[in-house]
Design a protein. Structure first.
Length: 84
């Protein structure tokens, strides 16, 4: 199971827990480019810390693929314009 899904399940199961609040804050920061205090990660248990690191890895990978798709779309548009 991917880490983003694990985080969602953890937050849904116990939204008032410290880990849920920290993970939710991390996701909000990643999505909106707001600041996140890395020191907050050290308040997590080792397993929850591992989920947080996994979220960072998956988020970066998703951004890479989103950028790749946009570049591909632009390339197709350019090829289409060149044919016209």
């Amino acid at each position: 199971m991917n880490q983003i899904k694990k985080a969602r399940r953890l937050i849904e199961a116990n939204p008032e827990s410290g880990a849920a609040k920290i993970l939710a804050k991390l996701v909000r920061a990643l999505e909106s480019d707001e600041k996140f205090a890395l020191a907050d990660l050290y308040d997590l248990s080792y397993d929850d810390f591992d989920i947080a690191i996994g979220i960072l890895k998956e988020w970066r990978l998703d951004r890479y693929f989103a950028g790749k798709v946009k570049l591909h779309d632009l390339s197709l548009q350019m090829a289409s314009m060149a044919r016209n």
